[in-house]
Design a protein around this ligand. Structure first.
Ligand code: UD1
Length: 416
């Protein structure tokens, strides 16, 4: 599948941002803990969500869509293994490990797949689970885990890993006693996971700070209804798209407090950004300016997931902008594709220097990974002439109807 974009049209209009991919994936794993029916409202329909559904069904859960809501009944769960073909489909399959261990006391799976953006080890996940008493044997790419009795413990993460924090939270629900996770990731999606776990009846506190405290559930948990947080990275992508193409967009279900590192840079680049309680408006009329160095960092720093879309917009920024990618080691695979559109970008290790060019031109490019693919769309919106973006399955792992959303904002885009 590919996207065809006729560039050079300003964006204009409003859009409701999808539910957050990075929220819904750990929450789908957490549904297992309830042993009951959970309803996830505003569940985005994404490739990665389909993979999670396939995993849940493999485990014996009943899952069905009801309009935009997803219902998961985990009372019928019978298995604790995830086949390699499902594990390979996405990185987040690994968060099922903590949930399965907590529910079943054992788990069998293999190493996860995901976007090729550099080495993505799971050592912190495994070490956190071992700290809780899990016995994990790693043999030939498979993980055999047994945890007849997990025990609450102090887990200190050497890096505030989002996935390891989530895995530790999920496993700790099944542990006896109190678990403290120090140097926890502080992303809004961790707060959303906590809110969901609390609705199941679990005792979890501190998400959003560096210390998360989980009390093992003594009572059985129960089902709940939960509305998934708006996707701050999808919001950032649409803002960067509008910054790139020019025009005015109004995003609902987007909170600037979750995106302040991105909006600060967009303002510096010359965009007018206004925010309401649950909305953000961006307007860009004049030329874009290069900005001070953009360094990716764990939340609340500049999100690595927004690096590529912002870079796409700043390819036409006056002057030059330095990017420093501190989270993933090879997250500049979009650069060669942007260069095909006329961008002038030099990469040296973790640093990319973008020299603004007056114009981009349409080209045949290919999505290299999820956010890199979204960045190509942002660039193509501003490029003169037609761009064809191939291999959009990467984009569809994380964006719900990106083509329809951009069309709603006035872009000339078709999917074929
Ligand atoms: C999550 C997000 C992803 C985002 C990333 C960083 C989801 C589904 N995905 O990914 O969109 O780009 O956070 O904000 O929420 N690390 C280790 N060992 C581990 C785990 C991580 O060394 O066991 C390293 C990683 O290689 C990386 C850094 O820690 O350099 C951060 O990764 P992490 O926060 O775990 O990212 P993910 O949870 O995979």
């Amino acid at each position: 599948m590919s996207l065809m974009i006729e560039g050079g049209r300003r964006l204009s209009g409003d859009l409701t941002v999808q539910g957050a991919k990075n929220s819904v994936l750990p929450i789908l794993a957490a549904c297992i803990l309830s042993g009951d029916v959970c309803v996830l409202q505003r569940c985005p329909h994404l490739e990665d969500v389909d993979t999670s559904i396939d995993i849940l069904r493999h485990l014996g859960c009943a899952v069905r869509w009801n309009g935009p809501d997803l219902e998961v009944d985990s009372s019928t769960l019978t298995r604790w293994d995830i086949p390699d073909r499902l594990m390979r489909r996405m990185r987040s399959s690994v968060v099922f490990l903590g949930a399965i261990l907590a529910r079943c006391g054992q788990a069998e799976l293999s190493y996860p797949g995901g976007c090729a953006i550099g080495a993505r080890p799971i050592d912190l996940h495994l070490s956190a689970l071992r700290t809780l008493g899990a016995c994990i044997r790693e043999e030939g790419g498979s993980l055999n885990c047994t945890a007849p009795g997990l025990t609450g413990a102090e887990i200190v993460l050497s890096i505030p890993s989002v996935g390891a924090t989530e895995n530790a939270m999920l496993a700790a629900i099944g542990a006896k006693g109190v678990t403290t996770i120090s140097n926890a990731a502080r992303e809004p999606e961790i707060v959303d996971l906590q809110a969901f776990l609390q609705k199941l009846g679990a005792s979890v506190h501190g998400a959003g700070t560096s210390t998360v405290v989980v009390e093992g559930a003594e009572q059985p948990l129960h089902g709940c209804c939960h509305r998934i947080l708006g996707d701050r990275i999808a919001a950032a992508t649409y803002l960067c798209g509008a910054a790139s193409a020019g025009g005015e967009v109004f995003l609902r279900d987007a909170r600037e407090e979750h995106l302040s590192a991105v909006t600060a840079v967009l303002r510096e680049a010359g965009c007018d950004v206004q925010s309401g309680a649950e909305s953000i408006r961006l307007r860009r009329d004049g030329p874009l300016q290069g900005v001070r160095p953009v360094r990716t960092a764990p939340y609340p720093g500049f999100p690595t997931d927004a690096q590529a879309p912002l870079m796409a917009a700043l390819t036409r920024g006056k002057g030059c902008t330095v990017f420093v990618e501190n989270i993933f080691e090879s997250r500049y695979r979009h650069v060669d594709e942007l260069s095909r559109m006329g961008a002038d970008i030099r990469v040296e290790g973790r640093v990319a220097v973008v020299y603004g060019v007056p114009r981009l031109h349409g080209a045949q490019v290919r999505a290299t990974d999820l956010r890199g693919g979204a960045a190509l769309c942002a660039a193509a919106l501003a490029a003169e002439g037609q761009s064809v973006i191939a291999e959009i399955h990467h984009i569809e792992r994380g964006y719900e109807h990106l083509d329809e959303s951009l069309r709603q904002l006035g872009a000339n885009i078709t999917r074929s």
